[in-house]
Design a protein around this ligand. Structure first.
Ligand code: NDP
Length: 244
């Protein structure tokens, strides 16, 4: 049985990815702060193991990796944990908001990616992190500057991880997924204020299906950076060479 560890498994894209993998007979360790929501998934799926974890706490992330890889080696580490801030022009964004976004989205992604890089340095595994269209320069929306800057960090860290594994000839693969609108609890506030955007996104289930496909068949994907929208996963760039 293949095994995945998913950070952010209590809601939205992370929960949908967990369910998709569970339905494909994976064992899934699901980490988040909302243990009640994790327990609800575990009630339905016996191969789901809930793990309480606040990704802003390095010790908790390390303990979560240790718990998930105690009895067997993991096959995939996926992180969807994140928070959003929209309609916040830079002039109105407080330093506290900026820092909180970076602590949850960028700092935790670094902690998780570093642990995954160590875990899969020699043993084959897949690492998948959720960036955003806003994690690509040409897609930053007005009012999304602070959030998008955290996602640029996610994209850069996955780029480094991929390059480091490639240069070290690690058998592992890293993917950075950059979705457009996905209709999850995260964007409820934005959709209330921008009702014209309702129905233009994709569902959490279709995002989860795409991410589980990356985890299950990494050999079918030759880029590391993908946009995710109504046409599914689209490579943002082609294969990269590090022979400088
Ligand atoms: P949700 O709000 O539905 O889910 C966010 C998840 O992150 C929850 O499981 C939440 O768990 C977890 N999380 C947040 N803070 C922490 C924390 N401190 N410690 C542990 N877990 C945490 O959002 P989505 O599913 O929509 O988002 C998933 C990812 O996709 C995010 O990284 C987001 O930025 C990205 N994304 C989403 C888009 C969208 O349109 N929805 C578009 C582009 C990118 P809990 O609160 O239980 O801890």
């Amino acid at each position: 049985m293949k095994t995945a560890l998913i950070f952010g498994a209590s809601s939205g894209i992370g929960a949908a990815t967990a369910v998709k993998l569970l339905e494909s007979k994976w064992q899934v360790f699901g980490a988040a702060r909302s243990v009640d929501k994790l327990n609800a998934i575990a009630l339905k799926y016996p191969h789901f193991v809930p793990l309480a974890c606040d990704v802003t706490d390095e010790d908790q992330v390390e303990a979560t990796f240790a718990a998930a890889s105690q009895d067997q080696l993991l096959d995939a580490v996926i992180t969807t944990a994140g928070v959003y801030l929209t309609d916040a022009p830079l002039k109105d964004t407080t330093l506290e908001q900026w820092e909180n976004l970076h602590i949850t989205n960028s700092r935790s992604n670094f902690i998780i990616a570093r642990a995954a890089e160590r875990l899969f340095w020699e043993k084959a595994g897949v690492f998948i992190a959720l960036s955003s269209l806003g994690g690509l320069n040409h897609w930053v929306l007005p009012g999304n500057g602070a959030y998008s800057s955290t996602k640029h960090s996610v994209t850069a860290v996955v780029a480094a991880l991929k390059a480091e594994w490639d240069v070290a000839k690690s058998p592992s693969q890293a993917f950075c997924v950059c979705p457009g609108l996905v209709e999850t609890p995260m964007v409820e506030g934005r959709l209330k204020d921008h009702p014209n955007e309702k129905g233009t996104g994709i569902t959490a289930e279709s995002a989860g299906a795409a991410i589980s496909e990356l985890a299950t068949h990494p050999e079918r994907f030759d880029s590391w950076l993908y946009r995710l929208g109504p046409s599914g996963l689209q490579p943002e760039i082609g294969p990269t060479s590090y022979d400088i």
